[in-house]
Design a binder for this molecule. Structure first.
Ligand code: HEM
Length: 231
């Protein structure tokens, strides 16, 4: 069996595909969080950072292509594994058999679907900027005189609405729940989970996902309650 058949043609292979694409997506979401936390600094900081990302040009498109490919493969493997799982269930399957599974693991499918819907909204909001077209007009100057997009103002104004911020916070909570199970199960899928450090991995996953949630949720809250009046 060649590598492609092993990865895409077997259940274990598809779990490995989910784990590997999951690692790429986890890397992105944590990196994105670290970048976004610059909203707590002076406006120039996050504006300079956003300008730097835009100036990557073709490099940015390579990153986007890798992310999109990872999302597609991750969802494809999840759907195929789910269908295989349903088909393999005995006719007298009893819902109680899932009682042992954690809440996070039982919610992987619908938390994944809602997070996908959130990402589409988020892209329309801050990347394509079709929900608030005025964001496209806002520019500012860095200290060296370079005129850049005013991403700081866009984020602060974007989160001034409690409905928008509330939707972000709920989606981020679901993404964090998804991450907490995803992080611990990816080690299992890659065959790296042993009896000895299984418990440690579960705790690490919970700590990382809580950290992720609190860091992200702080951004809309800070914009809504502190920065909104500073503009
Ligand atoms: C409070 C939380 C967040 C803030 C403040 C934020 C901010 C931003 C901003 C400002 C952009 C546009 C950058 C630009 O075009 O200059 C962006 C893009 C993006 N964000 Fe977020 N984001 C947040 C949460 C998330 C989450 C939770 C995800 C993923 C699940 C995510 C995924 C993305 C993606 C995929 C892009 C497009 C990147 C690109 O191709 O340019 N963001 N975000």
């Amino acid at each position: 069996m060649n590598l492609l058949t092993a990865l895409f043609g077997t259940s274990i292979g598809k779990k490995v595909v989910m784990a590997l694409t999951g690692i790429i997506l986890i890397g992105f979401v944590f990196g994105h969080l670290v970048g976004n936390l610059q909203i707590f600094g002076p406006p120039e900081k996050i504006n300079h950072y956003a300008h730097f990302l835009q100036s990557l040009g073709a490099g940015l498109w390579v990153v986007r292509a890798v992310l999109l490919g990872s999302v597609i493969l991750h969802i494809w493997a999840a759907v195929v594994l789910t269908v295989e799982n349903w088909k393999a269930r005995p006719a007298n399957y009893n819902a109680n058999t899932t009682i042992q599974a954690s809440y996070a693991s039982r919610t992987m499918r619908w938390s994944g679907v809602i997070v996908c819907a959130f990402i589409l909204y988020h892209l329309a909001h801050f990347t394509v900027r079709v929900t608030d077209p005025e964001f496209n007009q806002w520019t500012t100057q860095l200290h060296d005189g370079t005129v850049v997009r005013d991403v700081y103002r866009m984020i602060v104004v974007g989160f001034a609405s409690p409905i928008v911020s509330g939707f972000y916070i709920i989606s981020i909570a679901l993404l964090s729940l998804h991450l907490s199970h995803g992080i611990s199960s990816l080690f299992q899928s890659l065959g790296l989970r042993t009896e000895g450090w299984g418990g440690f991995l579960d705790k690490l996953a919970v700590i990382l996902s809580w950290g992720y949630f609190l860091g992200n949720a702080a951004i809309p809250l800070y914009c809504m309650f502190v920065l909104k009046d500073s503009l």
